[in-house]
Design a protein around this ligand. Structure first.
Ligand SMILES: [Zn+2]
Length: 323
């Protein structure tokens, strides 16, 4: 008997838990969102509470047989090894070398598997999203930072230690902007939500984006959403920043496509909510930069279909597969 699967996606500010039947991953039966707490101990406590609450909710609503949640999967924005140990997380300050899988499993009494959040998202998009049925898939999440998940030969590429697929920290500009990871010139310094804010602050300081500066109140106060809002209203300065931003996104996508030759590139994460405002400039630069572009069709770049639920759905599937 295959039980229900419970998945949790841990983000930098929020975590989303869901319960589903692994045979029908597109139909989430139950979900709950809570804030991501600060620090290792609080993270484990909050994860346990969320898992217990969702498990109890599934029982009370009579979803499947009583006590029918049979596995837990957790996606973390982190380097996670094959033993479900979080090794390092740029966006979870102070949380390192934490045996998340074992600590949660001990307290909830269910098998728990932990993986990288973008790995979970690509599993979900292949199972029931934009890459349904594909075997060679690259998924990139554009949020506060950048995440990556790679499926090749129909299987998730995890690497020797579980750390494969961290494209956000590919160096694209030697001696470039200082990244939160402590190094310089990482792709996510230019092509994430934080990167968009950086490009817009530079543009505003040079007088190229006055409307964006006015909306933010000051050059220093500009964040990615100010650019997206102003560009949505047709502001030329903001649209020029989006064009520049699309070019930075495309540089990384082309580097990765040259390496992996995927059937499809799926773009997920919060920035994709900007729709064509983001996708148009990305596709324009991407097609220009493609190697041998006159002699091949570059892999299509498509938005993720499962939206902010992809990580939690994929975590549930990863947990169900590994139990
Ligand atoms: Zn970095």
């Amino acid at each position: 008997v295959v039980g229900l699967a419970l998945g949790v996606d841990v983000g930098g500010t929020k975590m989303l838990g869901c319960v589903l039947d692994p045979a029908r991953p597109e139909a989430v039966l139950l979900e709950h969102r809570v804030d991501t707490p600060l620090g290792s101990e609080a993270l484990i406590v909050e994860l346990v509470e969320l898992v217990v609450a969702l498990g109890r909710g599934a029982e009370e609503r009579g979803l499947g047989a009583p006590g029918s949640v049979g596995s837990v999967g957790i996606g973390l924005p982190a380097l996670v090894d094959h033993d479900s140990i979080l090794r390092f997380a740029v966006h979870l300050p102070g949380v390192t070398d934490l045996a998340v899988g074992r600590l949660v499993a001990d307290r909830v009494g269910l098998p728990v598997t932990v993986d990288n959040d973008a790995n979970c998202a690509v599993v979900a998009e292949v199972a029931a999203g934009a890459a349904a049925g594909r075997r060679e898939v690259l998924l990139i999440t554009l949020g506060t930072g950048i995440g990556g998940g790679i499926v090749t030969g129909g299987r998730l590429l995890r690497g020797a230690r579980g750390f494969a697929g961290e494209p956000g920290h590919m160096t694209v500009q030697r001696d470039g902007v200082l990244c939160q990871c402590g190094r310089r010139g990482c792709w996510e310094c230019y092509a994430s939500g934080r990167g968009l804010g950086h490009l817009a602050r530079v543009a505003a300081a040079e007088g190229r984006a006055p409307e964006v500066r006015d909306r933010a109140g000051s050059v220093e106060g500009i964040r990615g959403e100010h650019v997206v809002d102003a560009a949505t209203d047709g502001d030329p300065g903001a649209m020029a920043v989006m064009e520049e931003f699309g070019g930075w996104v495309a540089v990384g996508l082309v580097n990765l496509a040259n390496m992996l030759d995927p059937e499809i590139i799926v773009l997920g994460g919060g920035l994709v909510d900007a729709g064509e405002l983001l996708l148009d400039p990305v596709r324009r630069s991407y097609e220009t930069l493609t190697l041998g572009g006159d002699h091949r069709d570059p892999p299509p770049v498509e938005p993720a279909l499962l939206g902010s639920r992809a990580g939690a759905i994929g975590a549930a599937l990863v947990g169900a597969e590994r139990r």
